[in-house]
Design a protein around this ligand. Structure first.
Ligand SMILES: Cc1cc2nc3c(=O)[nH]c(=O)nc-3n(C[C@H](O)[C@H](O)[C@H](O)COP(=O)(O)O)c2cc1C
Length: 430
């Protein structure tokens, strides 16, 4: 692992406290940026580093910042996306709670680069402790003059607000998030216009994920070449992989981008629990296709994942062992999307509910053979037909389950319910 990869900084106790963070070169990068670099030079360094967004889509951060209009007289805003509602994903929480200032320093540098004097950290309602950590760290930093007026005597001013959500997945979608900060129902907006042009309060706005912003200070401190030396050129840098499900040691592992999925599961997360066989992996939270055991030699970076028809997403890796019923697993996933659909678009509102109903029917033994193709058709009709991609986030994994585990769906029809459940209910042969 490359030296200085600091997203969590586990080796330093109390790094979330300002004095400890300062003693470990904290805010050195911010001082360097504000006192020796022009805003456009900071953006250029981030562009050169090829830092790609860690919120799911992998869009290059520096390129996004470059989309801000040059001739606007409106204020520019930064929104830090700390909604982290993707199932199986808990990396941002770790940064917020354990290395709070690396995020705040990233926010300060980014605001300087994009000429924003106001930033919002939108944190999901359930992260009550995280919100406290942020408030506490901000208070310490304001006290030391790291935020507020005339930072480092440069004349640059910045105010940062922590805005707590009320617990809805859709508030993580960038335009839903913006609507929510504006005090409205978090109905995503049609894009274009993208937030960089028409965002918060109708002003140019950059929305970046917590982990993305947490990478910024190390790029400024160590240079873009250093950042690009960690993992693949096409999407480098440190990455927090979260592993949950049927593994011996679920947890978070900060490693270079591009780790083989097999290595993360077997070498870091201790392999499959109780010596069982691996059945399936969702490598990117729940919104993207499922992988089978023969696909886990893939490298966990944006382009390698795309090459096999998968996605890196949030790198929230959900592992399922041989005893998992894939129909039941999918039923749980689609229940989530049905519950979280904001209801604005009918293909999503109706489609997610319909998928869930059909999956319950299959799992309970009342499914028909034609239900399987019907599920597939509903997915096709949902994708690309809604304002945001929540519908796709439900349809993509659903279609992948049907394709890769079709026999199991068919078996639910022929056996009149879950064969695994029935087998478990049988008395042991004498
Ligand atoms: C339904 C939905 C939920 C999302 N939830 C989150 C989230 O919780 N956190 C996040 O950073 N991005 C989330 N995103 C992605 C954001 O819209 C956006 O792409 C991201 O915040 C951009 O940051 P990045 O460029 O740094 O990755 C979500 C997208 C969708 C469609």
């Amino acid at each position: 692992m490359a030296e200085n990869v600091l997203l969590r900084h586990e080796d330093v106790p109390d790094i979330h406290k300002l004095d400890v963070y300062l003693a470990h070169d904290g805010y050195v990068a911010a001082r360097k940026a504000l006192t020796t670099l022009k805003p456009e030079e900071v953006t250029a360094l981030v562009k050169e580093s090829n830092l790609r967004g860690r919120g799911g889509a992998g869009f290059p951060a520096g390129v996004k910042w470059g989309f801000l209009p040059k001739d606007s007289d409106k204020p520019v805003y930064l929104c830090c996306n700390a909604d982290e509602s993707e199932p199986g994903t808990f990396k941002d929480r770790a940064i917020i709670e354990k290395n709070t200032h690396i995020l705040l320093e990233g926010i300060l540098i980014t605001c300087y680069a994009i000429n924003a004097h106001m930033a919002y950290i939108y944190i999901r309602g359930e992260f009550a402790y995280g919100a406290k950590c942020l408030e506490r760290a901000l208070a310490e930093a304001y006290d030391q003059g790291l935020f507020g007026k005339d930072i480092f005597g440069t004349g640059f001013d910045l105010e940062v607000y922590v805005h707590r959500g009320a617990g809805a997945y859709i508030c993580g979608e960038e335009t839903g998030l913006i609507q929510s900060i504006e005090g409205k129902r978090a109905y995503p907006r049609i894009k274009p216009p993208f937030p960089a042009v028409y965002g918060l309060f109708g002003c140019p706005t950059i929305v970046n994920n917590v982990e993305t912003l947490a990478c910024v200070s190390s790029i400024i401190k160590n240079g873009p070449d250093w950042f690009r030396s960690i993992g693949p050129e096409s999407g480098p840098g440190p990455k927090i992989y979260g592993v949950s499900g049927h593994v011996e040691q679920p947890g978070m592992f900060e490693l270079p981008m591009g780790m083989p999925l097999r290595e993360v599961i077997y070498d870091y997360a201790g392999g499959i629990k109780d010596g069982k066989q691996l059945k399936a992996v969702m490598p990117a939270g729940s919104s993207f296709p499922v992988l089978t055991p023969d696909e886990i030699d893939v490298h966990m970076d944006f382009d390698s994942m795309r090459a096999i028809g998968a996605f890196l997403g949030t790198a929230g890796i959900i592992v399922m062992d041989e005893d998992t019923c894939m129909v039941r697993a999918l039923e749980i996933i689609d229940r989530f999307y049905h519950h979280e659909s904001c209801g604005q678009c009918s293909p999503c509102r109706e489609g997610t509910g319909w998928l869930h109903k059909l999956l319950v029917r299959l799992e309970e033994g009342n499914g028909k053979a034609e239900d399987i193709d019907l599920i597939d058709r509903i997915c096709t009709n949902m994708m690309g037909n809604t304002v945001c991609v929540l519908a796709d986030a439900a349809a993509m994994p659903t279609q992948s389950y049907l394709t890769k585990f079709r026999a199991e769906f068919v078996a639910h029809v022929t056996a009149g319910g879950c064969p695994l459940k029935k087998a478990a209910a049988q008395p042991e042969a004498a």
